[in-house]
Design a protein around this ligand. Structure first.
Ligand SMILES: CC(C)(COP(=O)(O)OP(=O)(O)OC[C@H]1O[C@@H](n2cnc3c(N)ncnc32)[C@H](O)[C@@H]1OP(=O)(O)O)[C@@H](O)C(=O)NCCC(=O)NCCS
Length: 378
């Protein structure tokens, strides 16, 4: 096969696969899952229903959704052995590694079903129950039995806060899970698909996804944005902070995106949620929101000419704080949501699998080098 001898650094501008899962309309700042506007899905749907949409390629009829939710709920429970795995990993590693360790244990001994969809559903269902208990164990608390009837979002809030969640907490988290569920082929999804292309198992793909998302160039910006707001501390300090930060060539965290050069549609949605969260929760959440609003305005004035606008990670820290999720776990919540995006891509890719095996352009020494015995090397 003839291949142009050119390396596309970072695979920028390269199409690596076909997918029907999501469309990122960068011109109009819109995001669609299977043709559905993600903002409408966040407003009207549930994370469970969106998971069905991504895994099956269409919205479910009521009995189909009920059956799907039933399967998710039975898989949200953790067996005593799984609970031990979670505790073991949570005590020894960070949140992302603990999630990965859980799926690693699952990949060692996957249940003997042949249907990848069963594994996909199981993987999606477990994520929140695992993370909720990772948070607990790492805070020195006892693990708790998941409460599947609260749904994936409500169960995670329950495990993190030890309380039956308020409706607004569940709704906020459910919306955030929907907005983060899928986004084409960022590094983590591509990594997951590369692993799947070798016909490794679905859990191993998730491990690849998690470990790739962990890197600061991919996940992690929400936490950085949170600490940036904390560093600013007071809305009146925003402008002077920004002047200094830009003079020092620091980046505004939660601003800019490789794909969106206009306002990220998810950020627009989460900004409205952050406003409601500030009103409902008051106190620290309100201060964070006021800092963010002022920073957004000042930074847009300075940076928008270069296509830099807030991305989703600019606003989520405020909503996470209102829900009660501690800052060290923002990336892991993103990961819980993205599990469905990863497995949906894997299931889709397996329908027409081809081992991913690109080429490298050789830049080393000329062939035919003479092997010099070590004692003769100068
Ligand atoms: C997301 C991000 C990595 C995308 O970067 P990219 O498309 O590869 O763009 P580059 O890193 O090449 O940056 C292009 C220019 O914009 C500037 N820039 C990019 N993001 C910036 C930010 N958040 N604040 C200030 N300047 C920024 C860069 O300094 C660079 O300027 P230069 O040309 O004078 O060197 C980048 O915008 C960033 O680091 N943002 C902050 C972290 C963040 O919010 N990440 C979440 C992503 S969802």
């Amino acid at each position: 096969m003839e291949t142009a001898q050119r390396v596309y650094k970072g695979l920028e501008g390269v199409y690596v696969l076909e997918s029907s899962l999501c469309l990122i309309d960068t011109e109009h700042g819109k995001l669609y899952y299977l043709g559905y506007d993600v903002e409408e899905l966040a407003e009207k749907s549930s994370y469970e229903e969106v998971s069905y949409l991504l895994l099956h390629g269409r919205l479910p009829k009521r009995p189909e959704l009920e059956e799907f939710v039933g399967k998710l709920r039975s898989e949200m429970r953790l067996t005593p052995e799984e609970m031990r795995d979670v505790q073991y990993a949570a005590k020894r590693t960070g949140p992302m590694d603990a999630l990965a360790a859980f799926y690693l244990f699952a990949s060692k001994d996957p249940p003997q079903t042949k249907d990848p969809m069963e594994h996909a559903i199981r993987a999606v269902a477990k994520a929140g129950s695992v993370l909720g208990n990772v948070v607990r164990v790492q805070r020195g608390e006892e693990p708790m039995e998941p409460q599947p009837e609260l749904g994936i979002a409500g169960n995670l809030v329950y495990l993190v806060t030890s309380k039956k969640p308020e409706q607004y907490q569940t709704e906020f988290l459910d919306d955030i899970l929907i907005l983060h569920a899928e986004h084409g082929v960022p590094a983590s999804t591509f990594g997951a698909v590369v692993t799947a292309s070798t016909l490794s198992d679905i859990y191993s793909s998730i491990v690849t996804g998690l470990m790739t998302l962990k890197g600061p160039l991919h996940g992690g910006a929400a936490e950085a944005a949170y600490y940036q707001f904390v560093e600013i501390g007071d809305p009146n300090r925003v402008e002077s902070w920004l002047e200094r930060a830009l003079a020092e060539k620091r980046r505004v965290m939660g601003f800019g995106h490789r794909v969106y050069k206009i306002y990220d549609p998810r950020a627009r949605y989460v900004k409205a949620m952050a406003a409601r969260a500030a009103e409902l929760a008051g106190g620290r959440v309100k201060t964070l929101y006021e800092i963010a609003v002022r920073l957004e305005q000042a930074a847009i004035e300075r940076l928008s000419a270069r296509g830099l606008y807030p991305n989703v990670d600019f606003w989520t820290p405020i909503v996470y704080t209102a829900i009660g999720i501690p800052p060290g776990y923002f990336t892991a919540v993103f990961a819980v949501s993205r599990v469905v995006g990863w497995v949906a891509h894997v299931v889709e890719y397996w329908k027409d699998n081809r081992l991913i095996r690109p080429l490298h352009l050789y830049t080393g020494p000329e062939s035919g080098q003479r092997y010099v015995p070590i004692e003769e090397r100068g």
